[in-house]
Design a protein around this ligand. Structure first.
Ligand SMILES: [Zn+2]
Length: 254
């Protein structure tokens, strides 16, 4: 019931909102919790594209850092957890719009056996989906998509030992680089709130990756003294008005 009221409210307020100027980094996981068609995501982007332009994630991070393109309405995409539909549905739709995304993946989910994956989907990410294979991920990389690190086992980066941090951040990065034969410079931490990472873990991420992403304080471009890019959560089956509502907030540097 509370969800229904929230949806009605967002729908009616979103109708009258227009996207604010600036560079918006979106963060999603899938088109929908169920196995939905790619046309749903295509239709959302088609409508959104009437108000904004889409840009590659590599261009977006540079524009944000250099404070350029502030008078345009630009949207860039990121997807976490590396589900199969990133390869089968989401990437093809993004290619239709001549843009890319960063896909943040968990090597443990890809390499894991049936029991590992069952635990991962039931108890960690709470959605019943398969991971992409390394072959799919390599193909995305070759097509110009960015492959980023999302920890080895999708752990919350709070209170971990040095060994655990090394495994979850650096060994995970190494595994991705070994598979891609290319360096992995992008990291997004799990669960996304600024309280879902501690100072020690954040230092490990920043020491090993060029670009680090969270999912908090969306109206500001950065968190943690300009070290972290903030992203706005949406999913591929949300209505245009929901998306517009969130993107209508003016973005600030401080
Ligand atoms: Zn995640």
């Amino acid at each position: 019931m509370r969800n229904l009221i929230r949806n009605i409210l967002l729908f009616t307020t979103g109708q009258f909102k227009s996207v604010a100027n600036g560079i918006h980094i979106l963060n999603s996981h899938y088109i929908g919790r169920n196995d939905l068609s790619k046309e749903i995501f295509y239709d959302l982007l088609k409508e959104l594209n009437k108000q904004v332009d889409f840009i590659n994630i590599e261009d977006a991070v540079i524009a944000i850092k250099e404070k350029t393109h502030q008078n345009q309405k630009l949207v860039t995409f990121t997807f976490d957890d590396g589900f199969e539909e990133c390869f089968t549905k989401i990437a093809p739709v993004l290619s239709d719009f001549n843009t890319n995304a960063a896909f943040f993946i968990n090597p443990g989910f890809i390499d894991g056996d049936e029991n590992y994956r069952k635990n991962f989907t039931e108890n960690i990410v709470h959605v019943n989906k398969h991971p992409m294979t390394w072959k799919m991920i390599q193909e995305l990389h070759q097509q110009g998509f960015v492959i980023g690190n999302h920890t080895f086992d999708h752990v919350r980066l709070v209170g971990l030992t040095e060994d655990q941090l090394q495994n979850q951040i650096v060994i995970s990065k190494n595994r991705i680089e070994e598979q891609l034969q290319s360096s992995c410079e992008y990291f997004a931490w799990t669960y996304g709130r600024n309280s879902d990472i501690d100072k020690n873990a954040l230092n490990h991420c920043l020491n090993s990756h060029k670009y680090v992403f969270g999912g908090d304080n969306y109206t500001k471009y950065f968190s943690f003294n300009d070290a972290i890019f903030n992203r706005r959560h949406i999913e591929g089956d949300w209505s245009l008005n929901h998306v517009k509502y969130f993107l209508s907030k003016t973005k600030k540097y401080q």
